[in-house]
Design a protein around this ligand. Structure first.
Ligand code: ZN
Length: 211
C-alpha cells in the first residue's frame, strides 16, 4: 500500500520518497503526493527527479506513476517528486465546485442519481439520470447560487472515520469523497455551467472555471 501524502495535505506539491519498484515505464514509490485516478478525478502529472510523469493510477493498493520514458533511477533510490501544481489546483477547484453545483442542481431541478463523473484541469463532467432535458433557466439559477455560495468563502472540512471513509462537508453539502479539494470556496472564484446530453435519459452538467 502506497502512503498517500495527498490525503494528509491536499496542497502538498513536492516530496521525497524511496523507489519501491520500477517496471518498464511505471514507478512505485513508498509514498507519494501524486493523486492516483479514482472517484472520477484524473491522475496527477509532474516529475520524478526531473523525468516526466504523464499519469498516476492505482494497481491494486499500489499507486503507480506512469513515466513518459523508462526512468534511470532504480529500486532503493530516493527521488524528488514535483506535481504539476497549476493543473492539480484547477482540478481541486473544479472538483470542489462540482459538489456545490450538485447541491443546487438537486435543489432547483429535483434529485436525480449521479451515474458518472470525471474531472480534469479543463472541466468537471457530471452525468445524472433525468428523464427530461435540464431547463436552461433553472440551470442558470444553479450557476448563480453556486457562484454566490463560492464567493461567501465557506470552509471545507474532511473527517476520516474508523473505517477510513472520508467524509467531506462544506456548509450544508456533505458526501463521501476521497478526492482533493480546496479548503475554502473563495479560492475557486466563479464557475460556468453548460448542459450536454450524452445519451437518452442522461443529462450532463459541465462545470468550468469562469476566467
Ligand atoms: Zn470530492
Amino acid at each position: 500500500m502506497t502512503v498517500k501524502l495527498y490525503d494528509r495535505d491536499h496542497y502538498l506539491r513536492e516530496f521525497d520518497a524511496e523507489v519501491v519498484s520500477v517496471e518498464g515505464d511505471t514507478v512505485e514509490l513508498y509514498q507519494t503526493a501524486f493523486y492516483a485516478e479514482a472517484g472520477g478525478q484524473a491522475g496527477d502529472t509532474g516529475t520524478l527527479n526531473g523525468a516526466r510523469v504523464v499519469d498516476t493510477r492505482f494497481d491494486g493498493g499500489r499507486i503507480v506513476h506512469i513515466m513518459k520514458l523508462p526512468p534511470v533511477f532504480r529500486q532503493g533510490d530516493r527521488v524528488h517528486g514535483i506535481i504539476d501544481w497549476d493543473r492539480r489546483y484547477r482540478i481541486m477547484k473544479l472538483h470542489t465546485a462540482s459538489h456545490i453545483m450538485e447541491y443546487y442542481l438537486w435543489m432547483h431541478l429535483g434529485y436525480a442519481q449521479r451515474t458518472g463523473s470525471f474531472v480534469d484541469e479543463r472541466k468537471d463532467r457530471a452525468d445524472y439520470m433525468y428523464e427530461e432535458r435540464l431547463d436552461q433557466e433553472k440551470l442558470r439559477r444553479v450557476e448563480e447560487d453556486t457562484n454566490r455560495f463560492l464567493s461567501e468563502g465557506h470552509p471545507v472540512t474532511i473527517q476520516v472515520d474508523d473505517d477510513g471513509i472520508r467524509h467531506w462537508s462544506c456548509g450544508p453539502v456533505e458526501m463521501h469523497c476521497a478526492g482533493t479539494h480546496v479548503m475554502d470556496t473563495r479560492e475557486i472564484g466563479a464557475i460556468k455551467l453548460k448542459r450536454k446530453n450524452p445519451g437518452r435519459g442522461v443529462e450532463r452538467v459541465e462545470t468550468s472555471l469562469a476566467e
